[in-house]
Design a protein around this ligand. Structure first.
Ligand code: NAP
Length: 270
């Protein structure tokens, strides 16, 4: 008799895997981290927002998952090294890295101050670079690892006011491909998950704005905002052995946004 649960578990289970997760206190990060913990992973939750991180850890442990909290500023090389060494010592191995920490400040190209440019670049792009440089040696020693970088809709199509943010996310995609080609020989895979327009506490004002929400919905084929839970499944797939032959890919989770959004009304009977 076929046992579906057992077969699925064999393919997708993260049991025993250790995940380093940046941006784990955020709207999207906390949801994916919880999903991975409930798929069996032991999640090292890393974020600059310690207070929020503890709430996420509580939620995960109450749901039966395993997680630990680590204060991490992805712009601070010493802090990263100390944090990753601590996680390595605690868990003895690091199997999965999710680079999810990211910020944006929407303003016109000419209004962006140099400090804002540097801050967005430092967190979204250099942060991914430095954290990955710190984690990859563990994966290289183990001859196995999966790196998931969170990109954005903006790698393929831009909204106004996202010049620096869009550039960082295109950079993240490019770095993902470099990780994939340079580290395939160590059995380390790297992929980029690019969410579309996701409803999180931070994007509530956009979704509550009648003009802006209509503009966005018109561009989403599935005609609804994404929710953080929409991103969880793909991350579990990319972290698990079920995706053993997927590397260097960008996977969009955008409800059909890049595909073309909502079509015009048309008369053809069908
Ligand atoms: P979020 O709720 O603001 O989460 C980001 C987290 O990163 C926050 O907890 C933030 O802490 C933390 N962070 C900021 N600076 C940091 C630093 N220097 N070091 C470590 N952590 C830091 O944002 P989100 O909407 O969940 O976004 C998560 C990821 O998805 C980002 O990479 C974003 O670009 C990407 N994304 C989001 C959407 C969307 O629609 N929301 C769409 C496409 C892609 P603080 O709260 O203290 O700043």
């Amino acid at each position: 008799m076929m046992n579906i649960g057992e077969n699925l578990q064999k393919m997708f289970s993260l049991e025993g895997s250790v995940v380093v997760f940046t941006g784990a206190a955020g709207g999207i990060g906390s949801t994916i981290a919880e999903g991975m913990a409930l798929a069996g992973a032991r999640v090292a939750l890393c974020d600059i927002n310690q207070e929020q991180l503890e709430q996420v850890q509580k939620r995960i442990t109450e749901a039966g998952g395993e997680a630990s909290c680590h204060r991490l500023d992805v712009t601070d090389k010493d802090c990263i090294e100390e944090c990753i060494v601590g996680i390595g010592r605690q868990y003895k191995h690091i199997d999965i890295l999710v680079n999810c920490a990211g910020i944006n400040k929407r303003e016109g190209f000419m209004d962006v101050k140099e400090e804002t440019y540097d801050r967005i670049m430092d967190i979204n792009l250099k942060g991914v670079f430095l954290v990955t440089q710190s984690v990859a040696p563990y994966m290289k020693t183990q001859k196995k690892g999966s790196i998931i970088n969170i990109g954005s809709h903006n790698t393929g199509s831009i909204l106004g006011g996202c010049s620096v943010y869009g550039a960082t996310k295109c950079g993240v995609l490019s770095m993902t491909r470099s990780m994939a080609v340079e580290w395939a020989k160590y059995n380390i895979r790297a992929n980029c998950v690019s969410p579309g327009h996701i409803q999180t506490p931070l994007t509530v004002p956009t979704w509550e704005h009648p003009g802006r929400s209509k503009y966005l919905l018109d561009r989403i084929a599935l005609n609804r905002p994404g929710v953080p839970e929409d991103i969880t499944g793909i991350c579990i797939l990319l972290a698990s052995d079920a995706s053993a032959y997927i590397t260097g890919a960008e996977i969009r989770v955008d409800g059909g946004c890049i595909a073309g959004g909502q079509p015009w009304d048309y008369d053809t009977a069908f």
